[in-house]
Design a protein around this ligand. Structure first.
Ligand code: DLL
Length: 436
């Protein structure tokens, strides 16, 4: 079902007019309310009135994660704090998390866009829908939750963890829809097997997956093991959270909620815009956001946009699957992790040398992060060559990593000189998951 036919099926021409009007408004709003944007636009000699149609977007400067970090915590907010009703945070490259704020109107638009996604997946008021993304600073839990409520289905705020209890609730309550990371869906299927619960014992029919990369093979496996239809959901906290794009019944590309988030593809090298059909870095401009509007935000996600008509009747452009990232961000158990965050923890420990390696594996469909780090020669020589102080040090590093990354990592402290030194560009990450 199409939730908002007027907006999802409007003619391309009318949508471009609407986008142009909204772009003019948001640039004017950002210019007058965010000193960062005012300075940037003044430096480039651009006035809000120079932005008249959506084609003028190419005149605008880009915004990066670094800009958000430099303006930590509230520097990019356009609305006064008294108008902000929700704050979320996601990982920054080092130290500071990325803070995002939403006004009441923003939360309404987010919920409405999320309801559009759920409706496209075939969810209706008759469904019981379990949200198994983390509730908290991450946008996944609350973002999908509000969408389910806006749509009017019954929401089960399962959150993450407690897998066995969750499976029993799925069965006993006759839950018909679920949202979680694709790897967690496979973990659920496996745990069901261990509990002796089969797909015929549950009523699930629709699964909504995102927050991390997944493949067509994973889709087939999830559909087969859980007996459901599996759909993609894409989003990022800086732009809104889950709801930026969604698959329809074609299960072939994700429709962008283009009347609120304008997508472009650029070459990550030249930063020049690329036409539909070519792959490059995805850039979004928020066309209606009041809390923290962003102009031409570089997502670092690599993908392709397609503008061929879709059989579902929606007229919005579609995003292909993500092809990778143009930076070194990893997604581990749905959480964004930058190697530089691990490095900052290691460099803060006097016992550790600046030689480390992140190894990411997938065991029982769950991601596992191991951080190997070398101790410094002087600590090795002063009694750190025995078992106990090493275990203590490993625990200490693991606790610090947990507080910085929000995920648990296994830490292995190695003797000096044991980690391979690469020539040229250091290789800090071994990702054994093969998901791209
Ligand atoms: O992951 C928001 C979200 C929650 C999306 C739940 C979907 C479902 P962040 O933590 O800011 O926000 O991470 C955003 O995750 O730039 C992509 O690299 C990756 N990502 C998100 N959705 C998908 C997807 C949320 N469907 C970053 N496929 C993005 C592949 C995805 N990668």
């Amino acid at each position: 079902m199409i939730w908002n036919e007027t907006k999802e099926c409007m003619s391309r021409e009318n949508r471009r007019i609407l986008q142009g009007e909204r772009l003019h408004k948001i640039v004017d709003y950002a210019y007058h309310n965010v000193p960062f944007y005012r300075n940037k636009l003044q430096q480039m000699d651009i006035k809000p009135d120079d932005i008249r149609s959506i084609d003028d977007i190419v005149k605008l400067p880009f915004t990066t994660k670094q800009d958000i970090r430099d303006n930590y915590p509230f520097g990019l907010m356009a609305a006064p704090q008294s108008e902000i009703i929700r704050i979320h945070a996601s990982s920054g490259t080092t130290g500071n998390p990325t803070i995002v704020g939403y006004t009441r109107k923003d939360i309404g638009i987010w919920s409405g866009c999320m309801a559009r996604c759920l409706s496209a997946y075939g969810i209706t008021r008759g469904d019981i829908f379990s949200v198994a993304y983390g509730y908290g600073l991450f946008t996944g839990g609350l973002g999908v939750h509000y969408g389910v409520e806006a749509l009017g289905a019954s929401v089960l705020p399962a959150s993450t963890g407690s897998t066995e209890k969750h499976i029993r609730l799925l069965r006993d309550l006759g839950v018909t829809g679920i949202a979680c990371t694709p790897s967690y869906a496979l973990h659920l299927a496996e745990t069901m097997g261990k509990l002796g619960i089969t797909k015929d014992d549950i009523k699930l029919r629709v699964g909504v997956f995102g927050a991390e990369p997944w493949t067509e093979n994973m889709r087939k496996e999830i559909e087969e093991k859980l007996g459901i239809k599996a759909y993609n959901l894409y989003g990022l906290s800086e732009i809104m959270g889950p709801c930026v794009s969604y698959e329809c019944e074609e299960q072939n590309g994700s429709h962008v909620n283009e009347d609120h988030f304008f997508p472009e593809i650029i070459s990550p090298d030249t930063l020049e815009p690329l036409p539909y059909g070519e792959s490059g870095e995805l850039v979004f401009t928020t066309l209606t956001k009041e809390g923290m509007p962003l102009l031409r935000y570089r997502t670092r996600d690599l993908c392709t946009l397609y503008d061929e008509p879709c059989s579902c009747g929606r007229t919005s452009v579609k995003m292909g699957r993500l092809l990778g990232r143009s930076d070194d961000m990893l997604i581990i158990r749905g959480i964004n992790v930058f190697p530089s965050q691990v490095e900052s923890v290691i460099l803060s420990m006097p016992e550790c040398a600046p030689h480390y390696l992140l190894v990411v594996d997938r065991e029982n469909n769950l991601d596992k992060l191991t951080v190997q780090v070398e101790m410094r020669q002087e600590f090795f020589a002063s009694g750190f060559d025995t078992f106990e102080p090493i275990i203590r040090l490993e625990k200490e590093i693991a606790a610090k990593l947990k507080s910085v990354l929000s995920i648990s990592a296994k830490v292995e402290v190695k003797q000096p000189g044991t980690l391979a030194r690469s020539e040229g560009k250091s290789k800090f990450v071994i990702d054994n998951r093969k998901i791209q």
